[in-house]
Design a protein around this ligand. Sequence first.
Ligand code: FAD
Length: 318
Amino acid sequence: MSEVHFKVAIIGGGPAGIGAAVGLAKRGVGPIVLIERRGEVGGTPMGYRKKPGGVPTFVEWTRGRVVFGEELAGRLTKRLAQTSTTIRLNTQVTKIYPAEKRLTLLGPDGFEDIVADAVVLAAGAREQTPAEKGWLAGSRTARVGFTRHVTGWLDRHGLLPARKPIVVGSDLIAYSAAAKLCALGSDEPVMIDRRRSPEASFFERLFFRRWTRPDWSGGVSTVEIKGHGSPTHLESSNGQEWQGDGVIICGQLVPNTELALMAGMAVDLPSRQLQLAQGQALSQPGWFAAGNVLGGFHGAQWCYFNGCSVARSVARFL
Ligand SMILES: Cc1cc2nc3c(=O)[nH]c(=O)nc-3n(C[C@H](O)[C@H](O)[C@H](O)COP(=O)(O)OP(=O)(O)OC[C@H]3O[C@@H](n4cnc5c(N)ncnc54)[C@H](O)[C@@H]3O)c2cc1C
């Protein structure tokens, strides 16, 4: 059976993937296919729904304001709709073959292979598992979750996962989770970290003060979650205790580079950072990357523009 051929295949329909599609369309490159495993494009920001009394956490630098993720993603999605990009939703790229630039997709109709002249990896990043945090022991009972779970419970379903939350971590995402919990009626969260001072910058903390002023404990050593069925408190190895009925863990973000790793492309371990040949080009000719899959933590609008800029390199390669 002959494989469907595209000029460019984009893996991931978040801000970076959308930026790449828009940038390529502006340069007259086509046909382009964008593959997204979820049922809608927009990526991570799409999960941050707009609602009255909610907490907007996405900076839209070009408009100089902070908006809900859904609003920002909605605007980017409209730009994508103005291009003739083929969008494959509910379709996951399960395998890549770097030399042939072939991708195996699993979609609503089963497996299918496609080929392209160039491929853009825009699969984003995710929070590490709790074990990888390295200093948080104890069982992961009910009411122990990542910030991304909490966002789902709060933003999508309006469910408050804890009345007395304990937030483990102190970066921007930790403050954003704390603010959302308070906005929905929780007590002021306890926030603990190994660092002596919070990871979020002074200005980021200032922004969230409208909703939350967490009860901060810095410089903690190893910590264990205590409680059967659901957490009752956290205990540190040097005898400190924090009471709470829910634990929200802020994992480090790691790039989603498993596909590249499995295909034997150059990826650094344990950071899982893609090794770049030049600019946003990967070690394998014709392969490029954009957005948070490149590592580091970048806002959604930055990722969109980063996607737009990879289009220049892709067009030059083609
Ligand atoms: C937990 C979390 C919370 C965040 N909170 C904020 C915040 O409050 N404010 C802020 O400004 N930024 C926040 N960010 C960062 C922001 O979401 C990112 O900067 C931006 O979404 C990155 O864009 P991206 O396109 O690189 O990745 P993403 O938006 O993650 O998009 C990647 C897309 O690729 C798809 N995908 C992945 N693998 C495959 C595959 N194999 N096949 C098909 N599709 C695939 C995913 O489903 C996803 O839609 C947060 C990020 C995370 C992870």
